[in-house]
Design a protein around this ligand. Structure first.
Ligand SMILES: Cc1cc2nc3c(=O)[nH]c(=O)nc-3n(C[C@H](O)[C@H](O)[C@H](O)COP(=O)(O)OP(=O)(O)OC[C@H]3O[C@@H](n4cnc5c(N)ncnc54)[C@H](O)[C@@H]3O)c2cc1C
Length: 463
């Protein structure tokens, strides 16, 4: 970047909030994908006016800008693929309002999800979206990725809680979508357009979020199985019977082994599958729901069904679930982490297809995830051959995507497309639909400065 231009960006945010020091740049060059792209500079705007001025200048001079929350994304969304500027939103970290009368909150994008949840719970309210990264990911990153989480089975995903947004467009224009009202059909639903747009259409500087009353009570049940098929059938049957648990998570035998090896949390390592189920609501209905879930587990041959009655016991189980991804990361450097989603009734078939693919290529494929909403985190890993297994792993991923599409599923349920999945977006979106997405991007960002090279198949070819 030429010195004069750099000086202008520095002047907008203030010298203390701009860096091009190599050590600093390295800290903003990665996300959870293990890929690295170095930006030319990182800036930390402190107001919507500064975000607007930065984008206006970047747009005029053709400088790429990549918005960044906590950098915990799994698909490369916050990587500065084309260099340019990383716009780190760290200073937008205020919860501006919690409105207990209207059950809404107004927040800035860098508020960490868990901190927001804790804040609303102190006044008896509830913000359900809970990605497993909730202790470090930000609300802005959650909105941009339309993050899901364990409670999605009952409560939905981030988009179900976003009422309105303040967004700065690549031109620098500041727009306001939606409102705090419970109903609002004024104009196009632009809020939904920006939620899940992966930082490619605008920078979120404020959000109005919907809240719920905090459920009175919750209880956790775990069930272990000697085979994956039985666990998958249990999931389908729980949903099929109209029982709606707050969470319905599953771990396969290898996930259990990985968590135990790295964290030693006391999970049953002799099981081939493990379900973690939470029911919530008023105290009176809780035992009935729990008994119904228990009887479905037993009918499907569960080895053991346990109810965690104490809070500490429940917390430990959920800690184990959140530890799966970090534990798998420690097993092998070569890991392709996919997050397919299929209609819930297709889970048993999908699990079978994944197992067949693992056998065909002779590589470990470890599955866990949000079984209750059909969203399976499929981890295609290298075997003892390490890097030499990469070609097989890539073929296995394509086969898993093909099986997903054949079962009317989608190649991503919550992690987004970003850089990692862009070659495959056409497996789900037909040509006219993809062309409409490109047209929207071109209309809002004609100079392609905002998070360029993401979402659309341009950089990477399919394996
Ligand atoms: C251990 C682990 C567990 C995870 N579990 C889950 C899970 O259960 N469910 C799930 O959905 N995801 C999960 N994730 C993925 C990730 O945490 C989510 O995608 C999260 O929403 C990203 O938030 P972030 O603040 O880290 O955003 P980043 O990674 O910094 O950015 C993600 C995208 O959002 C854009 N962005 C960030 N802030 C803004 C803004 N203010 N305006 C516009 N665009 C913006 C970026 O450009 C990028 O494209 C997990 C990740 C890890 C590492």
């Amino acid at each position: 970047m030429d010195k004069n231009l750099e000086k202008q960006f520095r002047a907008i945010v203030g010298a203390d909030h701009f860096t091009d020091v190599q050590e600093d740049l390295l800290c903003y060059a990665f996300d959870a994908t293990r890929e690295q792209y170095l930006p030319e500079a990182v800036l930390f705007p402190g107001s919507v006016q500064e975000v607007s001025a930065v984008l206006r200048l970047a747009n005029a001079r053709g400088v790429p800008v990549v918005p960044r929350g906590a950098g915990s994304g799994f698909t490369g969304g916050s990587l500065p693929l084309k260099g340019g500027l990383v716009m780190a939103m760290n200073r937008f970290d205020r919860i501006r309002l919690i409105d207990t009368d209207n059950l809404v909150a107004e927040v800035e994008p860098a508020v960490v999800t868990a901190k927001f949840q804790a804040a609303v719970e102190t006044v008896g309210l509830f913000y359900p979206p809970d990605p497993a990264s909730y202790t470090f990911s930000t609300l802005g990153g959650n909105i941009a990725e339309n993050a899901g989480g364990m409670r999605a089975v009952k409560y939905g995903v981030t988009k179900d809680y976003v009422r309105g947004l303040e967004v700065v467009l690549p031109s620098g224009e500041i727009v306001h979508t939606g409102s705090a009202c419970a109903k609002d059909v004024v104009g196009y639903d632009l809020t939904t357009l920006f939620v899940g747009s992966e930082g490619t259409l605008g920078v979120v500087t404020k959000a109005i979020l919907r809240l719920l009353p905090l459920p009175e009570a919750k209880q956790t049940l775990s069930a272990s199985f000697s085979d994956m098929g039985a666990a998958a059938r249990t999931v389908s049957e729980i949903i099929g019977r109209g029982i709606v648990p707050a969470t319905l998570e599953f771990l396969d035998g290898a996930s259990l082994g990985a968590v135990e090896k790295h964290f030693g949390l006391g999970l049953p390592t002799d099981a081939e599958a493990f379900l973690l189920i939470e029911v919530d609501g008023d105290q009176a209905g809780l035992d009935r729901s729990l008994n119904r879930v228990r009887s479905v587990c037993e009918k499907n041959g569960a080895l053991e069904v346990k109810v965690a009655r104490q809070k500490a016991e429940q917390d430990e189980l959920w800690r184990a679930r959140r530890a799966v991804s970090p534990a798998l990361r420690a097993i092998s450097h070569y890991r392709m982490n996919e997050d397919i989603v299929v209609p819930r009734s297709k889970i048993p078939e999908m699990i079978e297809r994944i197992q067949q693919t693992a056998e065909k290529y002779g590589i470990p494929i470890i599955s866990f995830g949000h079984a209750g909403d059909g969203n399976i985190h499929v981890n295609v890993m290298a075997g003892p051959a390490g890097e030499a297994d990469l070609p097989k792993m890539k073929k296995a991923v394509v086969e898993i995507f093909e099986a997903t599409v054949a079962l009317a599923g989608r190649i991503s349920g919550e992690h987004g497309i970003g850089l990692a999945k862009q070659p495959y977006i056409g497996m789900n979106l037909d040509a006219p639909t993809l062309a409409l997405c490109r047209l929207l991007k071109k209309t809002l960002d004609p100079n392609n400065i905002l998070n360029p090279g993401k979402m659309f198949p341009s950089v990477r070819e399919a394996h």
